[in-house]
Write a protein that binds this ligand. Sequence first.
Ligand SMILES: *[C@@H]1O[C@H](CO)[C@@H](O)[C@H](O)[C@H]1NC(C)=O
Ligand SMILES: *[C@@H]1O[C@H](CO)[C@@H](O)[C@H](O)[C@H]1NC(C)=O
Ligand SMILES: *[C@@H]1O[C@H](CO)[C@@H](O)[C@H](O)[C@H]1NC(C)=O
Length: 249
Amino acid sequence: MVLPSAILLPLYLYPSASAPWTNLYNSLTAHPNTQFDVVINPDSGPELVSPGNSALSDYVAAVSKLRTYPNVNIFGYVHTSYGDASLQPALLSNISRYATWNTYTPANISLDGIFFDEAPSAYDTSIYTNLQTATALARSSDLRRVIFNAGAVADTQYFALADYIIMYEGAYANFDAGAIGALAQAVRANSSVVVYDFTLAEADQKTFVDQLVGMGLGSFDITTTGSYSELSALWAAFTQQVSSAVGVK
Ligand SMILES: *[C@@H]1O[C@H](CO)[C@@H](O)[C@H](O)[C@H]1NC(C)=O
Ligand SMILES: *[C@@H]1O[C@H](CO)[C@@H](O)[C@H](O)[C@H]1NC(C)=O
Ligand SMILES: *[C@@H]1O[C@H](CO)[C@@H](O)[C@H](O)[C@H]1NC(C)=O
């Protein structure tokens, strides 16, 4: 069975009481049958404290609210620097730290999985082995879903480790629909794209959303911004367009 495309949101934004997280909650309510995969990123990782620490209190409040929406999967951000072996101890310790979120009892801040940024695209045995250890730790720690951000078309051997692989992360101007469309359908179903610097109009975004949903991608994001430091100016339209393209509210 091919699932409809989900919205993938790198929400690298501090959960103050202001707009971005509130806009996300509103979208989750407005589109209850659309799946949102949200990546949270306290500090290029989990922040080197446990959830009971006051440094994470805003995250605990925001994530426990996010947890009340049934149509969201929440992922904790880590970076692998393309499988750099010297970072492996920090990577494993960060995954273990996110695992403590799942056993935190004062609030439900459980995470569905881990988002591995700076994942490799070319196959390499030692990198593969490092990431195999890291993904095995995540899955055995109840962080069961794994996304790799390769940012470019990745060797499909990495699907033995990841549920989803981001096969393109880049500006809209450089997006190569042919390269993504050339992936086998079964691969596209577990592939994602993150397209930033979308500078065209809302109606053009709808055409683009329809194209990406039509390719049968697992998930994707389109944002008008050039960084992840603010939500797309077309965020509300984007969530509406994806919901109608996948045929749900
Ligand atoms: C681990 O998390 C810390 C704190 O969030 C971050 O500074 C560091 O870069 C992370 N390292 C890796 C390899 O994920
Ligand atoms: C936390 O929320 C998730 C998602 O709704 C749910 O699956 C899980 O059972 C909850 N955990 C606890 C301890 O209530
Ligand atoms: C593809 O995604 C689905 C839905 O999340 C998942 O059940 C399946 O295991 C994934 N397949 C691979 C090869 O990762």
